[in-house]
Design a protein around this ligand. Structure first.
Ligand code: PMP
Length: 396
């Protein structure tokens, strides 16, 4: 017999979420997650993936992944610290360190997992973490797991950060203080003010941690937000994912050899969870090699994102303050936003609506993620749908 307490907990909460319009319906994709996807037997222009450079379906990555299955099998077989560290994992970490311009890299099974692992390996209950109020859920969970005091600062507000850094360091209450931020914020596409953050960090001796999930492969000609600002030598943790621009799966921290050494002996998912598969490791390595050899995909990404942004602006849409390919189309009202996204779907465009509580009330938006793999024709078709629906709903 199953637990009655569990059953009533689930029923009450699921129906509550549904009543409040917060229950996430999942749209399963048939086939690959490319610039065009198939959902429910309908072909849709895909403006919702994080596959910034189109590498998730790149033939060069697929080729090395197939070869790795033949040479190394499908699983790593153990956690990294027993005998799951394959030559392929070490090659990936070496390439990533060169790509990021740091002494060393440790890789994990996902970006989420990486934040949980790395923050809690260094920070503890006698420490404090200054965290941007818009930081990603995995940062928030990593901070909570560490049991450090979490002090949120207003989004990208350097005066607020400075005041809180001063207070935390001068209080004498904490052994260590860290400042942590997304490199690129995924809802608005704005870039963290890293030069200001580094200046404050150096003044108060803060540990610096940048989650560059949306900056890697995108900014700094691909090398990320830290490189974009030329701050490679002044940031302690450059965290990144292998699941977005790199197109595969996994997460990593790039930093000084001593830090990476510590993470290898102290971060729990590295010690207690099996490593990524051989195919994943080589595909990621191949992607990094491609990005180091040529900036063509990166340039194409920016060309496409400028094209889509210009098109939306010309139509009269508000695309906010985005400085990166993340292109929010801010419609305001939650119901309008949801109706817009639904109509886009009917017109053959997949772009998700994002509403309260993910973004503030009245700031509902349809978020568009152009990639290097989109053609101009696809983007034109999407813009045509935007124009049609915008007029239909009286929004432009
Ligand atoms: N950090 C940020 C800022 C993210 O947007 C995401 C993914 N949504 C992650 C971490 C987690 O990365 P992954 O999907 O590789 O687990």
């Amino acid at each position: 017999m199953t637990s009655k307490v569990l059953q009533s907990f689930l029923r009450e909460n699921i129906s509550d979420l549904k009543a409040r319009g917060l229950y996430n319906e999942i749209d399963p994709v048939q086939g690959a997650n490319g610039p065009v996807i198939n959902i429910d037997s309908q072909e849709l222009i895909n403006l919702s993936s994080n596959n910034y450079l189109g590498l998730a379906t790149d033939s060069r990555l697929k080729e090395v992944a197939k070869e790795a299955v033949d040479s190394h099998g499908v699983g790593a077989g153990a956690v990294r610290t027993i005998n799951g560290t394959l030559d392929l994992h070490l090659e990936l970490e070496k390439k990533l360190a060169a790509f990021k311009g740091t002494e060393a890299v440790i890789s994990y099974q996902s970006g989420f997992n990486c934040n949980m692992a790395a923050i809690s390996a260094v920070m503890d209950k006698n420490d404090a973490i200054l965290s941007d109020e818009l930081n990603h859920a995995s940062i928030i969970d990593g901070c909570r797991l560490s049991r450090a005091k979490i002090i949120r600062f207003n989004h990208s507000d350097m005066d607020d950060l400075r005041a809180k850094a001063k207070e935390a360091t001068e209080s004498g209450d904490y052994n260590k203080v860290m400042v942590i931020t997304d490199g690129v914020f995924s809802m608005d596409g704005d870039i963290a003010k890293l030069p200001g953050i580094v200046e404050i960090a150096e003044e108060f001796d803060l540990i610096t941690y940048v989650d560059d999930a949306h900056g890697s492969g995108v900014l700094g000609k691909g090398a990320g937000t830290v490189k974009h600002f030329g701050l490679q030598k002044r940031i302690d943790f450059q965290m990144g994912t292998l699941s977005k621009a790199i197109g595969v799966i996994g997460g990593y921290v790039a930093g000084k050899a001593e830090l990476i050494d510590w993470l290898k002996v102290r971060s729990r998912p590295f010690l207690f969870s099996t490593a990524v598969s051989p195919a994943d490791a080589v595909a990621s390595t191949k992607a990094v090699e491609l990005l180091m050899a040529s900036t063509d995909l990166n340039e194409k990404l920016w060309e496409n994102s400028d094209y889509l942004k210009d098109g939306l602006k010309k139509l009269g849409f508000d695309i906010g303050e985005s400085e990166t390919p993340i292109t929010p189309c801010i419609l305001g009202d939650e119901k309008d936003t949801q109706a817009f996204s639904k109509r886009l779907y009917e017109e053959g465009v997949y772009a998700k609506s994002i509403v309260f509580p993910t973004v503030p009330r009245g700031k509902g938006r349809v978020r568009n993620m152009p990639t290097a793999a989109h053609t101009k024709e696809m983007l034109d078709e999407a813009l045509k749908a935007y124009e049609k629906i915008g007029k239909e709903l009286g929004l432009i």
